[in-house]
Design a binder for this molecule. Structure first.
Ligand code: CA
Ligand code: CA
Length: 238
């Protein structure tokens, strides 16, 4: 499978980072919080959500990106993964750095929110990556994402903080954080004007339960309109 094309005319090498593409959303005529596509990738103990938008931000802190996650399949969101300005989250004043905070949504939960990663959200970019430790989705007394309970369902909403707008992304997507239905997490360095190739495998049994739309390939080095490319994947199930 050939994807992750570096754009013609680039003078520097780029990177291509591969996600299971889960959600897509229309151009709603909003600003840099106008979500286009959402994907997720899995590493041992870690998940990362990628959100691409229709327009670049100058600083991502002008927006807030939320991924709501149901880890026990009851249709009730258990955790909110929030990409927002670190200073706004912790001190009430902007710091210009985007962090990833995870909040336990269980009613009456005493678990405090946790911040264990900064977001990957370059300035003048249109794609943000939100890493979380799987342990942040398994808090005391609350539903727990784990090897024995490996699937999650997620949906997304993005807030424009400067123009007070909201983009609620269409639909939900499901994903197995321990045995993804499609390969994720590949990372390539792509030479100028070149392409990269990855062999992608599909677990048909898992696909039947947690299918993806396909692949989402993030390259912050591409011009902002092309930072996240998507590839449809269809699988014939028996
Ligand atoms: Ca949208
Ligand atoms: Ca739930």
């Amino acid at each position: 499978m050939r994807e992750g094309t570096n754009r013609v005319g680039r003078a520097i090498a780029g990177a291509a980072d591969w996600y299971a593409w889960g959600l897509t959303d229309a151009n709603d005529g909003l600003g840099s919080n106008d979500v286009r596509n959402v994907g997720v990738q899995a590493f041992p103990g870690v998940l990362a959500f990628a959100i691409s938008t229709q327009h670049r931000w100058s600083n991502a802190g002008m927006d807030e990106f939320d991924i709501d996650v149901d880890v026990n399949g009851d249709g009730v969101d258990d955790y909110d993964v929030v990409g927002a300005d670190l200073g706004a989250l912790t001190a009430g004043t902007s710091s210009g750095q985007m962090a990833v905070a995870v909040f336990d949504l269980r009613p009456n939960s005493k678990n405090p929110g946790s911040i264990q990663f900064l977001a990957d959200a370059p300035t003048d970019s249109s794609t943000i990556v939100l890493p979380v430790n799987i342990s942040q989705l398994c808090r005391t007394g609350s539903p727990c994402l784990s090897a024995s309970n490996p699937r999650l369902t997620y949906h997304a909403v993005a807030f424009g903080l400067t123009d007070n707008t909201q983009d609620t992304v269409d639909g939900t997507a499901s994903f197995n954080a321990f045995t993804p239905a499609i390969s994720t997490g590949m990372f390539d360095v792509v030479a100028p004007n070149a392409s990269t190739t990855e062999t992608v495998s599909v677990d048909k049994a898992e696909w039947a339960t947690t299918p993806a739309r396909g692949l989402m390939i993030v390259s912050h080095d591409n011009r902002s309109a092309d930072e996240a490319q998507t590839v449809n994947v269809s699988v014939n199930l028996p």
